[in-house]
Design a protein around this ligand. Structure first.
Ligand code: ADP
Ligand code: MG
Length: 321
């Protein structure tokens, strides 16, 4: 019998309901939860590493055995809105460098936790705020999952040729984080803009939007997102953003489950929210894997025990896969 309760950390913002939902499940499993505010350094709260011991607001957190990370700190250009325009702060360089130092301190600590064998959901390289969609698509192809026909390019001629061949084309950023749009005539006129940075162009897949939550080896939730009207990207639908989406449980074929498992492993994810399109002729087309998906709405509405599964992973009572 261990004398002290097992301790796990949860890293995110204080107002994050998902973090608190997982914390509650951690406590239900008899472990101790430590909430580490992602903005602690920015807020000037005391965080120090002394001779290899990590002290967060006076508490020694060196030996946490598991860790749920809602996101990994990264440095962004410090901008603000001024007269309807986004402008940099005058002291942007200083701010940016400070943010880079804060992010580096956190990531170094996470790498150390990983080295010590702590159960990280997910590890610092996988749980990035940035996504590496082209790599994910290659992982998906390598495990035999179907992905849309895809061109990633900064070459307007290549985009025109792809469009001529594929016809219904969508585009989205390499890192994610923007609404998917249709490559229409107007956009085709402005293709010179892609020379600045590559963009993902993809065959448009028509079908249901599925969200699959994989924890370790198990699918803990698998649903089709239902909104009354069809939008290319369901997040652009006001019904969805207003919280009025409904979900229909979906049974995945064994082959698709295995592709989910293999793809998550290939992307070093122990917990993943996997986006799949299901076509009317029964094809399962994979779009991406999210390292820190938002799932609470599904959990509330259908009772799928996703927070519980994450808690079990970090506490160590569910195999990491
Ligand atoms: N090739 C595609 N065909 C049809 N819809 C797509 C395609 N790619 C993306 N979408 C729609 O846009 C949404 C967002 O794309 P996704 O690849 O998941 O990126 P992210 O969630 O990082 O923005 C998807 O959930 C889907 O609804
Ligand atoms: Mg997505």
């Amino acid at each position: 019998m261990r004398k002290t309760p097992l301790r796990v950390g949860l890293f995110g913002t204080d107002d994050d309901l998902q973090l608190h939902a997982v914390a509650k499940e951690v406590r239900a499993l008899g472990a101790e939860d430590l909430l580490l505010r992602a903005d602690a350094l920015e807020a000037g709260l005391p965080v120090s590493e002394l001779d290899g011991r990590m002290l967060y607001r006076g508490v020694d957190v060196t030996d946490v055995e598991g860790f749920y990370l809602r996101g990994i700190p990264a440095a962004y250009a410090p901008f603000m809105e001024k007269d309807d325009e986004l402008v940099l702060y005058e002291d942007w360089f200083e701010r940016y460098m400070q943010e880079r130092e804060r992010a580096s301190f956190y990531v170094a600590w996470l790498l150390e936790l990983q080295r010590r064998g702590a159960r990280l959901v997910n590890g610092p390289t996988a749980a990035s705020v940035l996504q590496y969609k082209p790599f994910q698509l290659n992982v998906l192809r390598s495990v035999g999952a179907r992905v849309p026909r895809t061109l990633i390019s900064n070459d307007p001629d290549a985009v025109r040729a792809f469009h001529a061949e594929v016809k219904h084309v969508i585009y989205k950023p390499v890192t994610g984080g923007a609404v998917t749009r249709s490559l229409d005539d107007e956009t085709l006129e402005q293709l010179e803009a892609v020379r600045a940075a590559p963009v993902i162009f993809q065959e448009r897949i028509v079908g249901d939007d599925l969200r699959v939550m994989l924890a370790g080896n198990d699918i803990v939730s698998s649903v089709a997102i239902r909104t009354p009207s069809q939008h290319l990207d369901f997040r652009a639908d006001p019904v969805y953003s207003g919280g009025d989406a409904s979900y229909e449980p979906v049974e995945l074929p064994e082959a698709v489950v295995n592709q989910c498992r293999a793809a998550a492993r290939g992307c070093s994810l122990v917990f993943a929210g996997i986006d799949i399109k299901r076509t009317s002729d029964g094809e399962w087309v994979f779009l991406e894997l999210n390292s820190s998906p938002i799932y609470l709405d599904v959990e509330y509405k259908l009772g799928h025990p996703i927070s519980r599964a994450i808690a079990e992973l970090i506490v160590g009572v569910r195999p990491m896969g």
